[in-house]
Design a protein around this ligand. Structure first.
Ligand code: CO
Length: 461
C-alpha cells in the first residue's frame, strides 16, 4: 500500500468516558486485552483523563494496578494516556513536584505516549509535564485544543504548534473534543501545520455532530499521520468514529492502517454484551448516541453533554436542558472563550446549570470559577467579562505571574500524613491527586488485607 496511517483505539479511555461516564470496570476488558494487542493498532489509549478518578471513586480499583495489568497483557502495542498538563488527572493546578512524579510514574508503570493538553492552550501549563515526559523516556505528544471563537484563529493554532515543537514534543495532536471541527477546516489546519511544523500530526475528534468520520478522512487526505477511533459497538454519538468503518474505507483507498478487521470483529464481539449491559442498567443513556447538530452552535463536547444531562436528571430538571444549552456559550464568552475541555467544560457547564436553576446569572459562583478569575488556571484566552469578574472576586485583585510557582511541593506532606497507609510512591500520588477518594480506597485496602490475614490464620488453626 502506498501510504501508512496510525490508528489509536480509544475504547478503554475516551469512548468509555464519553458514553458511560468512565464506569467500565477492569473485569469488562481484561479478557480481550491480548486480542487487542494483535489488532495492529499503533497505540491504545487506556489510561488518564477521567479513568484515574473513576477507578478510585466508583470502581474500587487501584488505577496504577489497572495500568500495570494492561501493560502485562499488551506487550506490542504502545499504551497511551491523556494528561491535563499541570492539572495531571485532576481539576486544579498541582505543584511541579507532583506533576513530575506523576509523569515519571506513569511511564514507569507502562505508558509509552503521553498526550499532554491544557484547557486554555497555555503552553506554560504543559511545559513541566512535557519536560518530565521526555526525561523519563516517554513520547510527549503536545496538544492543540480545537475550539471555535473569535480569538481562536488559524494563525493562533499554527503558532501553538510551533511553540510545542520548540518545547521538544515528539508529535502534535489536534484535539477536537466537541466534534465540531469540520472536514474542510481540519484539512486546511493539518495542511497548515504540516507546512510549518516538522512533527507527526494526530487528529482526535468525536462523532457528536456527525462530522467526525468525514473529518478524520479529510485529516488523512491532508497528510495526518494518525487518527483516533473506537471499536464500533462503543463508537458514534458523543464517542468517536468507528474503527472498523474507517479501516474498511482506508483499505479501499489503498491506505495501510495496519489494522486487521478480523481481529476487530473479535474485539467488537467481546464488547457487545458489555455495551448491552450498560444500556440495560441505565449507565448508557441512548440519547448520547444520536447525532446532535446543536453542538455546532453550543460546542458541547461528548463528556460534557452526558454530564449536563445527568446533573439535570439528578435534580429532576431535565426539561431545562435547552436553557442550559443556551446559557453555556454565554458563560464561556464571559470567561474569555476557554475551550470546553476538562476542567473548563465542567466549570462552564456547572455554572450554566447554576445560572439557569437559580434564575439569576452568577448569583452563586463556584469556587473553581473564582480561582479561574484570580488567574490560578493560567491565562484566559481573552479577557474575562467585567460582570463575571465583579461577581466572582468583588474587591479582590487577580493574581499576577505564574501561579504554579507559588504552590508548595505537595508530596512530602502527603507522605508524612499517610504514613504506612501508603505502600508506594504511586499511593502517595493517588492521594495528592484525589485526597478523599484515595484515602478511603487505601483504608479499605488495608482492612481487606487485615481480613485476609485473619482468615488465613483461622484456616491453619
Ligand atoms: Co476526546
Amino acid at each position: 500500500m502506498e501510504k501508512k496511517v496510525h490508528i489509536t483505539e480509544v475504547v478503554l479511555r475516551d469512548a468509555n468516558q464519553s458514553l458511560i461516564a468512565t464506569r467500565m470496570p477492569r473485569s469488562d476488558f481484561e479478557d480481550i486485552l491480548e486480542t487487542m494487542d494483535q489488532a495492529g493498532y499503533y497505540s491504545m489509549e487506556v489510561w488518564g483523563g477521567a479513568t484515574f478518578d473513576s477507578c478510585l471513586r466508583y470502581l474500587d480499583e487501584d488505577p496504577w494496578d489497572r495500568l500495570r495489568f494492561i501493560r502485562s497483557k499488551v506487550k506490542n502495542t504502545k499504551l497511551q494516556m491523556l494528561l491535563r498538563g499541570q492539572n495531571i488527572l485532576g481539576y486544579r493546578h498541582y505543584s511541579d513536584d507532583t506533576v513530575r512524579a506523576f509523569v515519571r510514574k506513569s511511564v514507569e508503570n507502562g505508558i509509552d505516549i503521553i498526550r499532554i493538553f491544557d484547557a486554555l492552550n497555555d503552553p506554560q501549563n504543559m511545559a513541566t509535564a512535557i519536560d518530565e515526559c521526555l526525561k523519563a523516556g516517554g513520547h510527549a505528544q503536545g496538544t492543540i485544543c480545537y475550539t471555535i471563537s473569535p480569538i481562536h484563529t488559524f494563525e493562533s493554532y499554527v503558532e501553538l504548534g510551533k511553540k510545542l515543537e520548540s518545547m521538544g514534543c515528539n508529535s502534535i495532536c489536534i484535539k477536537d473534543m466537541a466534534g465540531i471541527m469540520s472536514p474542510q477546516v481540519c484539512y486546511d489546519l493539518v495542511k497548515a501545520l504540516k507546512k510549518e511544523v516538522r512533527l507527526p500530526i494526530y487528529v482526535h475528534s468525536h462523532s457528536t455532530t456527525g462530522l467526525g468520520p468525514m473529518t478524520l478522512l479529510k485529516a488523512i487526505e491532508a497528510g495526518a499521520d494518525g487518527v483516533d477511533t473506537a471499536i464500533s459497538i462503543f463508537s458514534g454519538g458523543t464517542s468517536h468514529p468507528s474503527t472498523e468503518s474507517l479501516v474498511y474505507t482506508l483499505n479501499e483507498m489503498n491506505i495501510d492502517s495496519g489494522v486487521d478487521l478480523k481481529v476487530c470483529q473479535k474485539i467488537n464481539d467481546h464488547f457487545k454484551p458489555v455495551q448491552a449491559r450498560f444500556l440495560k442498567e441505565g449507565g448508557l443513556n441512548p440519547s448520547v448516541l444520536t447525532t446532535k447538530i446543536d453542538a455546532l452552535n453550543y460546542q458541547i463536547p461528548g463528556g460534557m453533554l452526558s454530564n449536563l444531562i445527568s446533573q439535570l436528571t439528578a435534580v429532576d430538571k431535565l426539561d431545562r436542558l435547552d436553557e442550559v444549552l443556551e446559557e453555556t456559550p454565554r458563560v464561556r464568552e464571559d470567561m474569555g472563550y476557554p475551550p470546553l475541555v476538562t476542567p473548563m467544560s465542567q466549570m462552564v457547564g456547572t455554572q450554566a446549570v447554576t445560572n439557569v436553576l437559580t434564575g439569576e446569572r452568577y448569583k452563586l459562583v463556584s469556587k473553581e470559577i473564582k480561582a479561574y478569575c484570580r488567574g490560578e488556571y493560567g491565562a484566559s484566552p481573552a479577557p474575562i467579562s467585567k460582570e463575571l469578574m465583579e461577581k466572582a472576586l468583588g474587591d479582590e485583585k487577580p493574581f499576577e505571574g505564574r501561579y504554579d510557582d507559588t504552590i508548595e511541593p505537595e508530596i512530602p506532606g502527603a507522605k508524612a500524613y499517610l504514613g504506612d497507609l501508603a505502600e508506594s510512591e504511586e499511593d502517595v500520588l493517588s492521594y495528592v491527586a484525589f485526597p478523599q477518594q484515595a484515602e478511603a480506597f487505601l483504608k479499605e485496602r488495608r482492612e481487606k488485607k487485615a481480613l485476609k490475614v485473619t482468615y488465613s490464620i483461622q484456616e491453619v488453626e
